[in-house]
Design a protein around this ligand. Structure first.
Ligand code: 5GP
Length: 197
C-alpha cells in the first residue's frame, strides 16, 4: 500500500535493525485519514469471505481494526492484556510474549463475543515473530470459530512471523512488508523485487 509505505519512509524512526517506531501515526498519535485508507484496504482484500467479526489486541490494533470493521460493517473485539474488574468469567485466554517489551502477557477475550458460527478476521499493527497473531489464532480456535485470515499493517518480513503463519496454512495480508531496517534505511519487499527485475 503505497500511501502507508510513504508514511513509514517520511515519519517512521528506525530504532535498531529490528525495530521501527511509528508513534506519530499508529502507536501513539493516530492518523485517522491513513487509518481510514487502511480499513478500506483490509475490507477490499477480505471481501467475499463471509467475515462476521474482527479480532484484534489492545492497544495499537484497535484503530486499524475499527476502520476495517466500519467498512465491512461488522463488530470488532479486542483482546485485553490486563485483567479487568469487569472481565472475570468465561474467558478465552492465551499467553503472548511481547517482542518489543520482552514480557509475557496473558491475553483474554470474553467467550460471549466469539461463537462457533463466527468467521474471524484477525488484525494487528505489526507482525514480527508472530507471537501476538498466534495467541489470537489460539483464542479464536478455542472458541470453535474459523480464522479466515490475518490483516497486518506493517510486516517485518525479515522476522519469522509471516513464515510461521503461512506454514500453518493461514492467509496473511500485510499492507507494508519491510525487507530490511539495516543501515538506518527502510527497504520494502516490493522495492527489493523491483531491483531484481
Ligand atoms: P510479534 O508478536 O509478531 O513478535 O510482535 C507483534 C507485536 O509486537 C505487535 O503487536 C507490536 O505491538 C509489537 N512490535 C513488534 N515489532 C515492532 C516494531 O518494530 N515496532 C513497533 N512499534 N512495535 C512492534
Amino acid at each position: 500500500m503505497r500511501l502507508l509505505e510513504e508514511k513509514i519512509k517520511t515519519d517512521g524512526t528506525i530504532i535498531s535493525d529490528q525495530v521501527l517506531k511509528v508513534d506519530s501515526f499508529l502507536n501513539h498519535q493516530i492518523d485517522p485519514v491513513l487509518m481510514k485508507e487502511i480499513g478500506k484496504e483490509f475490507a477490499l482484500r477480505f471481501a467475499n469471505e463471509g467475515v462476521t467479526k474482527i479480532v484484534t489486541i489492545e492497544s495499537s490494533g484497535i484503530a486499524p481494526a475499527v476502520m476495517a470493521g466500519l467498512y465491512m460493517d461488522i463488530p470488532v473485539v479486542f483482546a485485553r492484556k490486563r485483567k479487568s474488574l469487569t472481565l472475570i468469567d468465561d474467558l478465552l485466554t492465551a499467553s503472548v510474549h511481547s517482542f518489543t517489551k520482552n514480557e509475557t502477557n496473558e491475553i483474554s477475550i470474553s467467550k460471549k463475543y466469539i461463537t462457533e458460527e463466527d468467521r474471524i478476521l484477525i488484525i494487528d499493527d505489526f507482525l514480527a515473530n508472530g507471537q501476538a497473531a498466534l495467541g489470537l489464532v489460539d483464542i479464536v480456535q478455542q472458541s470453535g470459530a474459523a480464522v479466515i485470515g490475518i490483516g497486518i499493517v506493517i510486516e517485518k518480513s525479515f522476522q519469522q512471523g509471516a513464515e510461521i503463519l503461512a506454514s500453518q496454512g493461514i492467509r496473511v495480508e500485510s499492507l507494508a512488508r519491510i525487507a530490511s531496517l539495516a543501515e538506518g534505511k527502510v527497504e520494502f519487499l516490493n522495492e527489493k523485487v523491483e531491483e531484481l527485475i
